[in-house]
Design a protein around this ligand. Structure first.
Ligand code: BV8
Length: 232
């Protein structure tokens, strides 16, 4: 089958070799926190200082990490692939765009974006946020939150993502455990719509059995090799 339209889903595993923590490490903690203590609207309402500190620390870390060979290979594919290509990332880091990916959606938001609950505006945010930040748009203080999709919140641009998956000939999942929906369900939609499906992950994910092919190994090795094959 000739491949024209490609959808790629990435997760924390694609940024692991850049030095950013994945969510489900061996100790089950994520940067020392339980996910439900920092990754829900309820957690934010209960303890905004804790949640801000968690995201401020992760945002600050971006300044000391670089895209790795997997990010760079995906950016090269983005620049050279003649058909449709959409990179959907669950990651909130900025490594895909810093590597040069353009056709990119952050379905779970971005560390470098803020969201004002008073006026609804979203805006770039580089520094620490904390509870007393004022909105650059409406000036109100205390209503600025991380522009991150927490559990129970609707991921971004789902219509555009589902449309691309329905039309794709190849669906590729890289560096994700397949633990979180709706991202973990994308492979079923792709299969149902007739796409070939490929997984590249350090170890088989929860949904490995759903993929036509599952390659195990570090993304920095598997992804450049896959992109070279595709572009040759
Ligand atoms: C929603 C925020 C509905 C960003 C995150 C019961 C059944 C089914 C679903 C649910 C359920 N109960 C609740 C739900 C819904 C829930 C969900 O799926 N829960 C799970 C736990 C069961 N989902 C939601 O709430 C979503 N929203 O459903 O809304 C709705 C409908 C209408 C209207 C309103 C609402 C929202 C989900 C988004 C939550 N936000 N993060 C941030 O803070 O970073 S989730 C978080 O975990 C990440 O964003 C990511 O998406 C997710 C999964 O993490 P991974 O990226 O996969 O990382 P992980 O560590 O798990 O795995 C890394 C993998 O990489 C591993 O497999 C490892 O082997 C591999 N790896 C490691 N190193 C390497 C490597 N691979 C290659 N190379 C390496 N070097």
């Amino acid at each position: 089958m000739d491949i024209r339209n490609i959808v790629i889903l990435t997760g924390a595993g694609v940024s692991a070799e850049s030095g950013l923590a994945t969510f489900r490490g061996p100790d089950g903690l994520w940067e020392g926190h339980r996910v439900e203590d920092v990754c829900t609207p309820e957690a934010f309402a209960r303890d905004p200082a804790l949640v801000h500190a968690f995201y401020d620390a992760r945002r600050a870390k971006l300044g000391s990490v670089e895209p790795n060979a997997a990010h760079r290979a995906l950016a090269r594919l983005d620049g050279q692939w003649p058909g449709d290509l959409l990179l959907v990332t669950q990651n909130v880091d900025d490594l895909h765009e810093r590597a040069g990916s353009k056709r990119l959606i952050h379905m779970h938001g971005e560390l470098k974006s803020g969201w004002c609950l008073a006026c609804g505006e979203r805006f770039r945010w580089e520094a620490a946020m904390g509870e007393q930040s004022s909105c650059p748009s409406c000036g109100s203080v205390g209503g600025v939150r991380p522009d991150i999709v927490w559990f129970g919140e609707m991921p971004y641009q789902m219509d555009r993502i589902e449309e691309a998956i329905r039309r794709c000939d190849l669906f590729v999942s890289i560096g994700t455990s397949g633990a979180v929906y709706p991202a973990a369900g994308f492979v079923q939609t792709a299969r149902y719509c007739g796409a070939r499906t490929l997984e590249m992950n350090l170890e088989p994910s929860l949904g490995s059995y759903l993929f036509d092919e599952s390659r195990t190994g570090p993304a920095s090795e598997l992804v450049p090799r896959w992109v070279d094959d595709l572009l040759s």
